[in-house]
Design a protein around this ligand. Structure first.
Ligand SMILES: Cc1cc2nc3c(=O)[nH]c(=O)nc-3n(C[C@H](O)[C@H](O)[C@H](O)COP(=O)(O)O)c2cc1C
Length: 219
């Protein structure tokens, strides 16, 4: 993986990100206290058997930032949501976590994807699938890359809206990751929130959903 890329990001975010990622719950961008299993919409780390609403929110998140974005989308649309989880949980030690993430991304570049515990049987009835992840070394976090790889055939022809959180990096490289993993999907306008803009989530996300034409589901 590109160590050169890592250096500017590390310099920019040494204080903020080290604190955030060194702890399960960062102090600066405190995740919600509720966990995915607390609501009826989430099927964490298991099978989603398919499509009883128009939208599905899928996310992976280690320190809670992307999860907060996912929950805001889910509650705005009142739709289904599921967490994409690695088969082996990430180490809470920050440096061990960085090493593993880097190793996984290098393996993905060679076509070797890490195991995950989440699968979806069918996307047929969903209008839009929201796919959220943190940016890792400029790329889509490895569990979500594995999910897209595993479900590429089922996602062909589907509308996908990517959303991501990062310390400061852009979303462009991860958009290219997604396009390579699911070349036959139809990608909508993506949404990135950085550590500087996560605070405006409550306005940015509804505005983005409106641009996509996504509205609250009727149940
Ligand atoms: C392994 C790893 C690599 C990261 N690489 C980057 C990066 O390249 N650029 C960046 O801006 N932030 C990077 N970050 C910071 C995360 O993208 C950021 O904190 C994100 O909001 C975390 O989302 P989460 O709370 O959902 O896990 C990295 C974090 C980790 C753990």
């Amino acid at each position: 993986m590109k160590k050169l890329f890592l250096i500017p990001w590390m310099l920019l975010t040494t204080l903020a990100v080290t604190t955030a990622c060194g702890e399960p719950h960062p102090s600066s961008n405190e995740p919600e206290q509720t966990r995915p299993e607390d609501d009826g919409n989430d099927e964490e780390g298991g099978n989603v058997n398919g499509a009883d609403g128009r939208y599905l929110v899928l996310y992976c998140s280690r320190t809670g930032n992307t999860e907060r974005m996912a929950r805001t989308i889910q509650s705005t649309l009142d739709c289904e949501m599921a967490e994409v989880e690695p088969a082996v949980p990430y180490d809470t030690d920050y440096n061990a976590m960085l090493d593993r993430a880097q190793t996984e991304l290098e393996a993905i570049a060679q076509g070797d994807f890490p195991a995950i515990t989440t699968s979806v049987e069918s996307f047929d009835n969903y209008d839009i699938i929201f796919v959220g992840y943190p940016i890792w070394f400029g790329h889509m976090a490895s569990p979500m890359q594995a999910f897209l790889h595993d479900h590429a055939a089922l996602l062909a022809g589907k509308r996908i809206a990517l959303f991501a959180s990062s310390g400061s990096s852009g979303i462009g490289t991860s958009e290219r990751d997604a396009a390579a993993l699911v070349p036959e999907a139809l990608f909508e306008e993506s949404l990135l929130l950085t550590s500087g803009s996560l605070g405006s989530m409550a306005t940015r996300i509804p505005a983005w959903l409106e641009e996509l034409g996504a509205g609250r589901e009727e149940h």
